[in-house]
Design a protein around this ligand. Sequence first.
Ligand SMILES: [Fe+2]
Length: 200
Amino acid sequence: MPSRSLFATQFYEGRIDDADLIAEVEASVRALAEDDRAGRGWSKANGYRGYTSYASLDDLPVRDPVFADLKRALDKHVAAFARDCAFDLGGRLKLDSLWVNVLKPGGTHSGHIHPHSVVSGTVYIAVPPGSGALKLEDPRLPMLMAAPGRTDDAPEPLRPFVYAEPAVGSVFLWESWLRHEVMPNAAKSDRISVSFNYRM
Ligand SMILES: [Fe+2]
């Protein structure tokens, strides 16, 4: 075939298979959602349907050994993704921030990027059926202007939007500039995840 793909956008789907670790993280997240009054207040004030520690707690791996264990597992996935991306780093990427999310039914998170970071990602802890995919956007959308849409059967690398469906233990990673969106939680119970940023 004379055509080839250029300017790849890498997306990583790994797994944490340690069910005990996932259960411990879930218990810690639920405890935070009870105890972190500042985080609950921030979530309410900012229209986040549920609870996030994003703006209230910046030391979870130091505060709770369960998150230290999770960080060790994530470090390995991020190192593998950095190799997949052929990053010229001269070292390893380091965890910059890590926060938990309890998204109630009907909750969503509109399109955004993660500034000042190299690799971002989410590990999924509780994923009830229908609780929503991660929608990824072609970063070139603002340049596409008069470009035609794609056929329904277009190969995934040619689609302008891709929906990644998580399962419990899924580790999704992407480059931090890639705009993404959490689709509404249409399940009957909370969707629990832990998100993070890695930097140089
Ligand atoms: Fe995000």
